[in-house]
Design a protein around this ligand. Structure first.
Ligand code: KG4
Ligand code: ZN
Length: 368
């Protein structure tokens, strides 16, 4: 075959592949949410979520103020089987009716990953279906395509309990990292701050609720990395500054708590806005697009309304268009895993049953 017909045949294969509809069972167990979902669709159009079940382990971990890996793994074992059965039932399907099984195989807590992987691989083997090992970060990054078919390339801000990253998504499996955290993840900083102030777990939603009643200007907290070149984050210094501020105030009144929460949230929003602006300018400088470039926010912290409003303004000012998935698709869920499975099926990228967990699995490794 000459090179022209090879190219034509590749293009045809791609068109055939992308126009085919897939129905995928997704499984998520990388942290403290046990989740199973069924999604149908094809890349290029929004997907259809046929079921999306999430069992949060908040109560199990709340006494410790953070996720305890051993407790998380045991809870996944206890609940995953029945959650998968319910997800199939709700979608009015049997296992024979899905085209593939997709499970998160990293990054995350190894015990939880093993539970989800072994379950996913066993189901795929039993039903004689392809298996897709999904990178949890890629699943967050692709959620915007499940929701509204966001076209590549786009900028992703991934802010969760385990990650703070800015990356350019150029295609499935093709990401370039523009910035990451040098220490804590932003969600982790929210969780530790909430724990310090005794607000509850997980911290983000509690801090947000208290901040509503507080004065964001009362405490002058640092804006880490603000004004520096590049798009890296750092939250350890902010967390320490808040601890020092709060310690001086003990015993804290309700007003103190609200003002501290509001001041902390404002500092985080300022820092993320500054880092995102640099990433936007870097991406714009390298792009030949005239119109708005999509800017996708993902991860649990993306459900913070103050942050969303700030990013909306920033996007407009910088010629980007913000896409923020609905809240249940921002936090950990299995619909995003099933959708990542669909994107992978569409390019015939499936995995063997010898796939193991990858507790560390940077997105850059996918591009390699
Ligand atoms: O994406 P996610 O559900 O799980 C991870 O992959 O980490 O993110 C959970 C994180 C937690 O740290 C939680 O405190 C934070 O997201 N979070 C929030 C809010 N809702 C959840 N942070 C700030 N504001 C919120 N409203
Ligand atoms: Zn996540």
């Amino acid at each position: 075959m000459d090179s022209i017909s090879t190219a034509a045949s590749k293009q045809m294969t791609r068109q055939m592949a992308t126009s085919r509809q897939f129905t995928v069972l997704g499984i998520e167990t990388s942290c403290d949410e046990t989740a199973a979902a069924i999604v149908s669709g094809a890349p290029g159009k929004p997907g259809t979520i046929r079921s999306n079940l999430v069992l949060s382990q908040f109560d199990e971990h709340a006494p410790y103020g953070g996720v305890v890996p051993e407790i998380a793994a045991r809870a996944h074992i206890d609940h995953l089987d029945s959650l998968v059965a319910s997800a199939l039932r709700e979608a009015d399907l049997t296992l024979g009716g899905v085209d593939a099984v997709a499970a998160t195989s990293g990054p995350g807590l190894v015990g939880g990953l093993m539970v989800g992987l072994v379950t996913g691989k066993s189901l795929a083997f039993a039903a004689n279906k392809p298996f897709v090992a999904v990178n949890h970060l890629e699943a967050h990054a692709l959620t915007a395509r499940l929701v509204d078919a966001t076209p590549f390339p786009y900028l992703v801000l991934l802010v969760s309990g385990g990650h703070s990253q800015l990356l350019e998504a150029r295609g499935v499996g093709d990401y370039s990292l523009l910035g990451t955290t040098l220490d804590d993840a932003v969600g982790e900083a929210f969780d530790k701050t909430a724990k310090l102030m005794g607000l509850g777990y997980p911290g983000g939603p509690h801090v947000e609720k208290w901040a509503l009643k507080g004065d964001p200007k009362r405490f002058d907290l640092p804006r880490p990395m603000k004004g520096r070149p590049g798009s890296d984050f750092s939250f350890a210094g902010l967390k320490t500054a808040l601890r020092q501020t709060v310690t001086k105030l003990v015993p804290l009144t309700e007003t103190d708590l609200a003002d501290a929460a509001a001041s902390f949230q404002a500092a985080v929003a300022d820092a993320i806005e500054d880092r995102s602006r640099n990433a936007m300018r870097t991406m714009r400088a390298a792009s030949d697009a005239d119109g708005p470039i999509p800017f996708v926010v993902a991860g649990g912290v993306a459900s913070n309304k103050t942050l969303r409003a700030r990013l909306e303004e920033l996007a407009t000012a910088e010629g980007f268009s913000l896409t923020a998935p609905p809240l249940p698709l921002c936090t950990d869920n299995a619909a995003m895993i099933a959708w990542a499975g669909i994107e992978r099926m569409a390019i015939s990228s499936t995995d063997g049953l010898d796939t193991g967990p990858k507790p560390r699995w940077p997105l850059a490794d996918l591009s390699a």
